[in-house]
Design a binder for this molecule. Sequence first.
Ligand code: C2E
Ligand code: MG
Ligand code: MG
Ligand code: MG
Length: 272
Amino acid sequence: KTSPGQIALYNEAIQNAYLQKIHLRDKLKEAIKFQLLSVHYQPIIDSTTSKICKFEALVRWSDSELGAISPAQFIPIAEEFGLIHQIGQFVLEKSCKDLAKIHSQGHTHISISINRSVNEFKASNDQYKQIIHAIEENNLPYDALTIEVTESVAANQYTWQVLGELQKKGVQIALDDFCTGYSSLSHLLKSQVDFVKIDRSFIDTLIDDKKKQAMVKYLVELGDDIGTRLIAEGVEQEEQVSMLKQFGCHNVQGFFYSPAQPISVCLNMLKS
Ligand code: C2E
Ligand code: MG
Ligand code: MG
Ligand code: MG
């Protein structure tokens, strides 16, 4: 049985969490306004050549008072308070500009992947127009851009429609964080995605888990049959890399190769 004192403490905790959230929201608004967000890029490696074929754009925020704040923490806040669209637009424009820089240095086979929240796909946002505009403005081929969405899009018919239109134009679609939560193979059958990204939590325990190994082998085979490439996320150990390569997993991404880095560092990676 709870005493009045306990309830007061409980209420206080809720209130503190709420105030913290509001504080973060206000800081984030400021960061957007004063252009304090940046974008880093994590290399994605082609398993057959062991060379970089793609970069994933990941938004970064470092606050003078709070330090580096993870997107896992501030993206949900941005979504809740209607700030996600501005962040998404910034990441889209910056990524396309930086990819044009990469292409201008002769690395024209490189593509870029950006993350999109389901909340960004609203009729009023016109994602289609904005994405196509950013690509064309930077004279990029349409297939040099991949849009990553999590499986929650499956619940939203409108999002699939927009993604389908983008795909018709040549833009690539990736299903992010696959094999987490209530992921279902039916999402793969519903729409033709170009990439499936197996989540880090799945790769973490791959070496000791025969069932997961079987699953990866199966997904590679399925992917080969239906024209979907498999990307393993969060690869940290050499053993994971060699196992994934042995299974025919098309692409690998993770700290084993590199965390997300500023564009200048990425340009150097491509030179070596
Ligand atoms: P995600 O799209 O699944 O991105 C992969 C996350 O895993 C990134 O975290 C990346 O830094 C991390 N990661 C990659 N390899 C490794 C590894 O080997 N070990 C470990 N421990 N971690 C690894 P990050 O940058 O903190 O982003 C977290 C999530 O925030 C992303 O997950 C994505 O859902 C979201 N996010 C990031 N940038 C954006 C953005 O511009 N827009 C939207 N809507 N969401 C974003
Ligand atoms: Mg992603
Ligand atoms: Mg992911
Ligand atoms: Mg994730």
